[in-house]
Design a protein around this ligand. Structure first.
Ligand SMILES: O=C(O)c1cc(=O)[nH]c(=O)n1[C@@H]1O[C@H](COP(=O)(O)O)[C@@H](O)[C@H]1O
Length: 286
């Protein structure tokens, strides 16, 4: 059997085919209640699998947020495994939003959990935090590369508190965000149509890309843009934040789409509308 194409190539194909939208699976207690479901592991399972049923094949990626599964303990993690398997069966890429980051030797453990063939918690990519130093991510990057999976490294996050760390500059005057982007770019060099080391850049960050001197045009990897919908960003913000790099952007919305449920047709309509807006903002003329 031939090895699967690398994550960057698979995501590029999915974005071309169905539009540059990722829907986050964030089973908040309030959303479960709005869907008439109990805030327990049964409600979690029903909610998450309904999202996969409704949107599998219809969006470029699904992004389950690990915290909402972990809060239900081992049975919640079993649901996450089911969600990943169901998405795979539906032919939809998954990004496990776990935001892991630790010293290198422990990062190897996270890599084995989220990026290794045969692990039930491995999707197609995982979000990682570089704030123990970009180099500490090396074991995860090695596993991603070996298994054809991807990572999204936090760069400029959508929350206002992120500035404190991400905008700070070292003695050389280079901001943390710019340095993270440059290190991702080095790993993606030469990849076509794009590499598998992505960045997280919130759609809410305004002029932060320019202000921090972050060169997104050179990254040559996917740019995950949460903050669309419930956090207030829309087409205008996507265009403003990403400029010439917008062709690599995967817009991400959770509550903005999930709030349309529980009816599957309503969910599909909300996702199609969000994907259409993202496509118009990020790929005008496509
Ligand atoms: O990595 C992420 O996905 C992420 C990064 C970031 O900078 N901001 C951000 O909101 N997220 C995640 O994206 C989702 C946003 O959810 P909504 O605000 O409901 O669309 C949550 O699961 C967040 O944890």
């Amino acid at each position: 059997m031939s090895a699967p194409a690398p994550f960057g190539a698979r995501l590029a194909a999915a974005m071309d085919a169905v539009g540059p939208l990722c829907v986050g699976i964030d089973p908040h207690a309030a959303l479960l209640a709005a869907w008439g479901l109990p805030d327990d592991v049964g409600g979690l399972r029903e909610f998450s699998l309904r999202v996969v049923d409704a949107l599998g094949g219809a969006v470029a990626a699904l992004k389950p947020q690990a915290a909402f599964f972990e809060r239900h303990g081992s049975r919640g993690l079993a649901v996450l495994e089911e969600v990943l398997a169901a998405s795979r069966a539906a032919g939809t890429l998954t990004i496990v939003d776990a935001k892991r980051g630790d010293i290198g030797s422990t990062m190897a453990g996270y890599g084995d959990a989220f990026l290794a063939d045969g692990s039930p918690l491995a999707g197609d990519a995982v979000t990682v935090s570089p704030y123990l130093g970009f180099g500490s991510l090396a074991p995860a990057l090695e596993r991603a590369s070996a298994s054809g999976r991807g990572v999204f490294v936090l760069c400029l996050t959508s929350n206002p508190e992120g500035r404190q760390v991400q905008h700070a500059a070292g003695a050389d005057g280079v901001s943390v965000a710019a340095s993270v982007a440059a290190q991702a770019a080095a790993l993606n060099e030469g990849a076509s149509p794009m590499g598998s080391v992505g960045l997280v850049v919130g759609a809410t960050v305004g002029d932060a890309v320019r202000d921090t001197g972050t060169d997104l045009d050179a990254v040559n990897g996917p740019l995950l843009a949460p903050g669309v919908g419930a956090q207030g960003a829309g087409p205008a913000e996507l265009a403003q934040v990403f400029g010439a790099a917008r062709g690599s952007v995967l817009a991400s919305s959770s509550r903005g789409v999930l709030g349309a449920g529980p009816d599957a047709a309503d969910l599909r309509r909300a996702a199609a509308a969000a994907a259409g807006e993202a496509r118009a903002a990020l790929r005008p003329g496509a």
